[in-house]
Write a protein that binds this ligand. Sequence first.
Ligand SMILES: Nc1ncnc2c1ncn2[C@@H]1O[C@H](COP(=O)(O)OP(=O)(O)OP(=O)(O)O)[C@@H](O)[C@H]1O
Ligand SMILES: [Mg+2]
Ligand SMILES: [Zn+2]
Length: 153
Amino acid sequence: MVRELRITPIRNGTVIDHITNGLALDVLRIIGVRDLDKDSTVSIALHVRSGKIGWKDIVKVENMELSPRKVNAIALITPSATISIIRDHQVREKRSVDLPEHVTGVVRCPNINCISNQGEPIESDFRVVRRRPVVLRCTYCDRQVTDFLKHLA
Ligand SMILES: Nc1ncnc2c1ncn2[C@@H]1O[C@H](COP(=O)(O)OP(=O)(O)OP(=O)(O)O)[C@@H](O)[C@H]1O
Ligand SMILES: [Mg+2]
Ligand SMILES: [Zn+2]
């Protein structure tokens, strides 16, 4: 079977595949593409046909590996995503994003009176109380959050 090549291969970097259809730009925001070296190519494919999930988006970033915090943020908005590390043109590691029990420093608490919003050296912390769809609850004030995109730290 001939595999369709949607995006130029990269030598070193990260592939975020199986992103929920239409969410690639939010993934880019999480990655923070503005911080990347200007000589690192970022490729984006929107609305690609996928056997597994119907339609999907893909993001490929050269010369970058994701921090655990960014992986958690991606897991929040698109738990279907897989992350592959490419080294010397080969897939060296491939894994599904995985949401931990607690999400720390990723989402801001929407409650302005929450202790995590008072300029204290306290990182936001949410317990994952439901997974699909994801529901978070603030460890400090119990506020529930479902619209993560609006509240990404
Ligand atoms: N050199 C490369 N440059 C850019 N992307 C690559 C490269 N090699 C693999 N990929 C991408 O990395 C991901 C994982 O590669 P792999 O070959 O394991 O995927 P696959 O066979 O399509 O499996 P699956 O879709 O189940 O993850 C895919 O999205 C693939 O397109
Ligand atoms: Mg594939
Ligand atoms: Zn709170």
